[in-house]
Design a protein around this ligand. Structure first.
Ligand code: GLV
Length: 324
């Protein structure tokens, strides 16, 4: 008999077929308490789950006594209680490599859009305001040759550094847990402490996961250390930035602008003050959201689940200690 798995995300037909060739698949719309109740038998039998963006903690695990592997269609896994999974011997699989270049493109999009005010001025054009030669009130600031600071020199940070160094002649500063030789050798990136990075960067770009250490890493005190001409970019996780403090800093002109793909609450509430600030570009968490990359992530997640449930994991496991 094929192992049972729960799928809580829509997959392209060919990937669903691949999953179904290995497993008996029950598809649900989410891991909501209603679905857990309605499909209790399927959850009780499930050896694997595959999906994204749902909380998987002790309460969920109490419904899945046979679970052996969880496969998330994302690089981030802050929505999983990794300790709880690990103590139950459940492998957590993620998709760390396939989205790197696409997320770095999103970060560069935010750098350019905020600096050149692309969204704001495009809206003015659509509103019929471009009626003559534009004046200084339409101008942005340069990106090329400005200093780009990167918080978190993982794969995505590195791909951002590559774009900024070769494409835009930008000096790169970075802060991370460790020195990153490749970033220093290939992109001339300079390691510095957080305060130096905040003080010297024209763009402070966050590419950090959400952990106990990174929660509200950037608050009022850190924002006050940035140049008033600097721009904050966040495409890591929303709660790395204290959003209230960010709003205040933007309102008070302590920093120039912000480009955000992630928020403390997603979807961003429609009454968020961020939405009425002209110097904010807010994206709906599109970091990896291209047709190609989302397909590749889903394919990777399917392969990850197959590997985990057939005892053939070679990569992409968050807690490889459970495989031993
Ligand atoms: C997106 O935010 C991801 O973690 O893949």
């Amino acid at each position: 008999m094929k192992p049972s798995v729960i799928l809580y995300k829509t997959l392209p037909d060919d990937l669903l077929a691949r999953l179904e060739s290995h497993f008996s698949v029950t598809q649900v719309s989410s891991l909501s308490p209603e679905n857990l109740q309605q499909h209790a038998d399927a959850f009780a039998k499930a050896e694997g789950i595959l999906g994204s963006s749902e909380t998987v903690g002790k309460e969920f695990l109490s419904h899945t006594p046979k679970l052996r592997a969880a496969s998330t269609v994302s690089v981030g896994y802050d929505n999983f209680d990794v300790d709880a999974l690990t103590s139950r011997g459940i492998a957590l699989m993620h998709t760390p490599t396939v989205l790197t270049e696409t997320v770095a493109d999103t970060m560069m999009t935010l750098v350019l859009a905020t600096a050149r005010r692309a969204v704001e001025v495009a809206e003015r054009v659509k509103a019929g305001e471009w009626t003559g030669s534009i004046g200084a009130d339409w101008f942005g600031i340069d990106v090329h040759h400005k200093t780009l600071g990167i918080l978190g020199m993982g794969r995505i940070g590195l791909a951002l550094a590559q774009r900024a160094h070769f494409g835009f002649n930008m000096p790169i500063l970075y802060n991370a847990r460790r020195h990153h030789q490749e970033a220093e050798d290939r992109f001339n990136a300079r390691y510095c402490d957080l305060d130096t990075l905040l003080a010297e960067s024209d763009f402070v770009c966050i590419s950090l996961p959400l952990t106990d250490e990174t929660y509200h890493l950037i608050g009022a005190e850190q924002l006050a250390k940035m140049k008033s001409s600097a721009i904050l970019i966040n495409a890591g996780r929303g709660p790395v930035v204290d959003e209230k403090a960010l709003i205040q800093a933007l309102v008070d002109g302590k920093i120039h602008a912000a480009g955000l793909d992630v928020f403390e609450q997603e979807p961003l509430p429609v009454d968020s003050p961020l939405l009425s600030l002209p110097n904010v570009v807010a994206l709906p968490h599109i970091g990896s959201a291209t047709h190609e990359t989302r397909y590749n992530m889903a394919a990777c997640a399917v392969d990850n689940l197959i590997a985990a449930l057939t005892g053939d994991v070679k990569e992409n496991c968050v807690n490889p200690q459970v495989l031993k």
